[in-house]
Design a protein around this ligand. Structure first.
Ligand code: SF4
Length: 376
């Protein structure tokens, strides 16, 4: 891999290993500006950037959960439990606000608990999305909600004149993520490294991220190294990642993840129109987001999205990675498997918890799956 890629990977790994150190360093460079944490996916970043702030994705870690158990049920997904542990042990004290997208019952409940217990440290607010993104009133509702949330996190309405630059910034961020995803589908990049690079897009300032990715893409015209692994698609990772050790099992089994839905709530939203009413434009774009387990729309179906990924990348199979205790993903799984089975596409289902590394049985299952695919 070239030096630009090595620099991108090293920076991304460093930032996601200690996001709050990056936040402290960014705040020292930008005195008086706010760092706004957000929980997974579907939180519009434009109002935060328009106020000169830094959006910070909170994705938890493999920290042992102890304190959080006093506030939430143990049958909550591992992402929610680990971010709650980090919040209640003071790791997010450098943030000025945290935004929750109420995309599932767990986040709705835990957001209220944070509000009750942590609002003395930072503002806790919900950025409510319409239940149906394609409903007749969705755009109007979301526009009003964006105005309300912007005012809450910034203390005053952000003047519309600050938006075009922020909208352009987030549009470029999405382009960088899309550009990297296209690049990686033709390069033998380990799955865990892809995840680290996409995850860092939600922590690094969009300008810094874009500069690093652009360098990689600008030297990518050199012929890619041949990919010998078996191409597959992974789905189920819209807001939670398996442990890097688990992801390494894919590479060791000879499987190359050429497409996935990592952080699709950010990168799966179409570019926002830069001129005109910014709130209406952002709302319009979000109402056209890519389908995910947590939001369904009529304009696109999730199984069609997966089939398109398989066809475009000539993938041989699909792995459903389903977070434990994630109701939206488990509800979707049955319908998705049915659609995939009808088309006789090989697939397996794996469940995972964020803090748990690989097991021998996982490696065996993935190796067996790879062997099946190699015989087709
Ligand atoms: S992984 Fe599932 S349960 Fe956990 S926050 Fe995301 S949607 Fe909610």
């Amino acid at each position: 891999m070239n030096d630009a890629y090595k620099e991108l990977l090293a920076t991304c790994k460093s930032v996601i290993s200690n996001p709050m150190a990056y936040v402290a360093e960014w705040k020292s460079r930008n005195p008086g500006k706010k760092a706004v944490g957000f929980l997974p996916t579907y939180v519009p970043l434009e109002p935060i950037y328009a106020a000169g702030g830094l959006p910070v994705g909170l994705w938890g870690s493999d920290i042992p959960v102890a304190v959080a158990d006093a506030y939430i049920q143990q049958f909550t997904c591992s992402l929610v439990r680990s971010v709650t542990e980090e919040a209640f042990t003071g790791m997010y004290d450098g943030l000025d606000a945290v935004l929750f997208p109420p995309i599932c019952d767990s986040l709705k409940l835990v957001g209220s608990s944070w509000d009750l217990n942590l609002s003395g440290k930072f503002l806790v607010e919900f950025a409510n999305l319409p239940e149906r993104l394609d409903g007749a009133a969705a755009g109007t509702y979301l526009e009003a909600e964006l105005r309300r949330v912007s005012k809450r996190i910034n203390g005053e309405s952000i003047e519309d004149r600050h938006f075009p630059q922020a909208i352009a910034l987030v549009n470029r961020l999405r382009e960088s993520m899309a550009g990297f995803c296209t690049w990686r589908s033709a390069h033998p990049v380990p799955f865990a490294d892809v995840a680290a690079i996409l995850k860092a897009a939600t922590v690094l300032h969009a300008d810094e991220y874009r500069t690093l990715v652009d360098k990689v893409l600008s030297v990518a015209s050199a012929p890619a190294e041949p990919v010998h692994a078996i191409p597959i698609v992974v789905t189920g990772l819209s807001c939670q990642l398996p442990h890097p050790e688990m992801m390494r099992c894919f590479d060791e089994a000879g499987l190359s993840v050429v497409a996935d839905d990592l952080f699709l709530g950010l990168r799966g939203t179409p570019a926002v129109e830069e001129n005109g009413n910014p709130y209406a434009n952002i709302a319009k774009s979000y109402c056209k987001s890519a389908p995910m387990a947590i939001r369904h729309t009529e304009h696109a179906k999730r199984h069609e999205q997966i089939l398109e990924q398989i066809e475009r990348n000539r993938a041989k199979g699909i792995v459903f990675m389903v977070p434990k205790f994630c109701e939206p993903e488990w509800f979707d799984l049955r319908y998705l498997q049915e659609e995939i089975r009808q088309r006789r596409i090989p697939n397996i289902v794996l469940d995972f918890e964020e803090g748990l590394g690989a097991t021998g049985s996982l490696q065996t299952r993935l190796s067996a799956f790879a062997e099946t695919l190699s015989l087709r």
